[in-house]
Design a protein around this ligand. Structure first.
Ligand SMILES: [Zn+2]
Length: 278
């Protein structure tokens, strides 16, 4: 059987695969809450004859589906989580179905389903004796927060996989090569002293000031990082009411760079005293 025959066979499955993608789109679930989405993909894989292991790496929605016992083991990954606040009708113009609710802004409904189709194609080739080895579908949750694969790798889910072919929805249909940036993400919490902001502001110490000063410091720091470094943040807790000096405030920060070590300040660089002015 030629590769072209296999393409055509998978094209013949278009209706139900489109239905899977639409079900994921219509029921967008954010990171680590993708229970229905993971179940939908797991059920489709089981029905096709894959053996499915759920709850991989202690994550309810992480799974590995496998077909075959032989080497080599070729894998593909499926992502299926949505983004907060991206509720959107299936059209090109911005039109939330329910403003503020989650939605598939990154196309993970297609990601999960396209990988499903790919895994099925390889499985059928193995089943017919047109290919040797095994195929695994690694269901990687929480990728919008960059969390799923990390724990699955740490737990050994990729250990016996010889190669993984992956992809991501985009506006072109083409192979590319390149690497992603390493990311460190962390939360910073500040604690202050609350007070009534109008009656006794002098008694307060605003935790939000700490958050704002950190943000300002980061902006100054941008001048002194390498080109490829990305630093971004959101205020996750800025207080409850403007007339109350916030006792607590928090910020989520992400730092990205080509390698993990470059996303962290070098201790030697920090320890170097400033040069004397000439
Ligand atoms: Zn994505």
């Amino acid at each position: 059987m030629s590769k072209q025959d296999l393409f055509e066979e998978i094209d013949g499955e278009r209706d139900w695969l489109t239905d899977v993608s639409e079900q994921l789109w219509e029921n967008p679930e954010v990171a680590l809450q993708e229970h229905d989405s993971a179940a939908l993909l797991r059920d489709a894989l089981r029905e096709e004859g894959f053996t499915v292991e759920s709850g991989v790496a202690g994550i309810d929605t992480a799974f590995v589906a496998r077909y075959g016992d032989d080497d080599p083991v070729v894998g593909t990954m499926g992502e299926f989580d949505a983004l907060p606040g991206m509720s959107q009708a299936a059209k090109a113009e911005r039109e939330p179905i329910e403003a503020g609710e989650p939605g598939h802004g990154c196309g993970h409904n297609l990601f999960g389903t396209g990988s499903l189709a790919g895994a099925i194609a390889v499985k059928r080739a193995i089943e017919r004796g047109d290919a040797e080895g095994s195929v695994v579908y690694l269901g990687t949750p929480a990728e919008e927060v960059g969390a799923g694969k990390t724990y699955m790798i740490r737990d050994g889910a990729f250990d016996d996989v010889d190669a993984v072919v992956s992809w991501h929805p985009d506006w072109i249909n083409a192979p590319n090569k390149g690497s992603c940036l390493a990311v460190d993400s962390f939360d910073v919490a500040f604690t202050g002293e609350t007070a009534h902001a109008a009656k006794s502001p002098e008694a307060g110490r605003s935790a939000l000031d700490g958050v704002q000063l950190l943000g300002t410091g980061i902006e100054y720091m941008r001048e002194h990082v390498a080109d490829a470094v990305r630093i971004h943040y959101v205020v996750t807790d800025g207080g409850q009411a403007a007339n109350v000096v916030p006792e607590e405030a928090a910020m989520e920060v992400m730092v990205r760079a080509p390698t993990a070590s470059r996303s962290r300040p070098s201790p030697s660089a920090c320890a170097t005293p400033p040069r004397a002015r000439r």
